[in-house]
Design a protein around this ligand. Structure first.
Ligand code: KG4
Ligand code: ZN
Length: 336
């Protein structure tokens, strides 16, 4: 079964074709640059850009995969959570193509797409596993028993990790999205020059708090001269702090659940320091650690095509309504 996936929840238009027999056949992504000058995503501009890009991208993808429309057996689209207008573009195109091509369609939860993206790697995890989901909008520890069986064990009480990266980067005058740029700066920094607080680290629960980090950085910036070396040193300590917090809570969650597999996903899973530290934790505590391939950590169409294929293959189909769910709790998904 060949499934076309469409991702349009934020500022990336992603399309991909996943085959349940052969795996991922191809994917294309258009990352919107229009938001850079505003320092964050402008929802209306995002919707307009998706409208212009999505159909030409699907055309280009079919050509790239040497497939014609009549070889597509199903369509998956991101139904939520995300920006309402942006989601609406993907949903409308998916439902329109579904009617034109006479195939089933399925609305996918964006975070389920992220969660299962590690299965696109050569060494794929099997259920059950603990998932650490770290994106621009979410930071969650999730017990994953199977497809659609998600129990949230802990989450950020304020900013998501990616959001903390982006806001801290912005404070230092770095361009949006700040995560990858801050990570680059950290490579040339001395992590020991500064020492940041580690909120909630000592509390036994599995929740996080990251908003204090940017306040700490804001104060530090006021007190210091923000030269290039200082930016790099702050970035290095910021990364080290975030990684230590995540590693500590993941260690606790692994012990608590008794799982022997950890899956890390979402945009911040592309962070090399975090990947290194969690891999080390796996070695030390004797559990396997899985990451999506780097290009499928951040938003992409492949993860939606893949999650859609798993659900369509099990006979799940969405109705014809064009309904998006900008707010949609992951643990309300159906168990398949
Ligand atoms: O999953 P994603 O593409 O979008 C959401 O669903 O939110 O995640 C985007 C987030 C942004 O906050 C971005 O700054 C962060 O992931 N990010 C990174 C890195 N690459 C992307 N953060 C730290 N290090 C990176 N290498
Ligand atoms: Zn995402």
């Amino acid at each position: 079964m060949k499934v076309l996936g469409i991702e349009s929840s934020c500022d990336d238009t992603g399309v991909a074709i996943y085959d349940t027999q052969q795996g991922l056949l191809g994917d294309l992504i258009y990352s919107q640059l229009t938001h850079r000058k505003y320092g964050g995503v402008v929802p209306e501009l995002a919707s307009r850009d998706h409208i212009q890009k999505v159909l030409p991208l699907i055309d280009a993808l079919l050509t790239k995969c040497e497939l014609s429309a009549d070889q597509i057996d199903g369509i998956a689209f991101t139904q939520g959570p995300g920006l309402a207008g942006a989601l609406m573009v993907g949903a409308t195109v998916a439902q329109g193509l579904r009617l034109a091509w006479n195939v089933p369609a399925i609305g996918i939860h964006h975070l389920e797409g992220h969660l299962l993206a590690a299965m696109l790697a050569e060494t794929a995890p099997t259920f059950p596993f603990l998932a650490l989901l770290v994106s621009g909008g979410h930071t969650q520890l999730i017990a994953v028993e199977g497809l659609g069986q998600y129990e949230i064990l802990g989450e950020s009480l304020d900013d998501a990790v990616g959001e903390a990266f982006d806001k801290t980067a912005k404070l230092m005058g770095l361009p949006y999205p700040g995560g990858p740029v801050l990570a680059q700066k950290a490579e040339n920094g001395d992590p020991k020059r500064f020492c940041f607080p580690r909120p909630l680290l000592k509390r036994p629960d599995l929740n996080f708090s990251f908003s204090g980090l940017k306040t700490h950085v804001a104060k530090l910036i006021q007190e210091s001269t923000l030269d290039e070396q200082t930016i790099c040193d702050i970035a290095a300590q910021f990364e080290e702090t975030v990684s230590e917090i995540l590693v500590t809570k993941v260690g606790r969650a692994m012990a608590q659940t008794g799982y022997n597999r950890l899956v890390v996903s979402g945009g911040v899973a592309a962070n090399l320091t975090l990947r290194r530290d969690l891999t080390q934790l796996g070695h030390d505590k004797d559990f396997a650690v899985f990451f999506p391939p780097l290009k499928y950590c951040t938003d992409n169409g492949a993860m939606i095509a893949h999650a859609g294929a798993l659900r369509l293959e099990r006979g799940e189909i969405s109705d014809y309504s064009i309904q998006v769910r900008p707010r949609w709790p992951l643990d309300s998904l159906s168990d398949i």
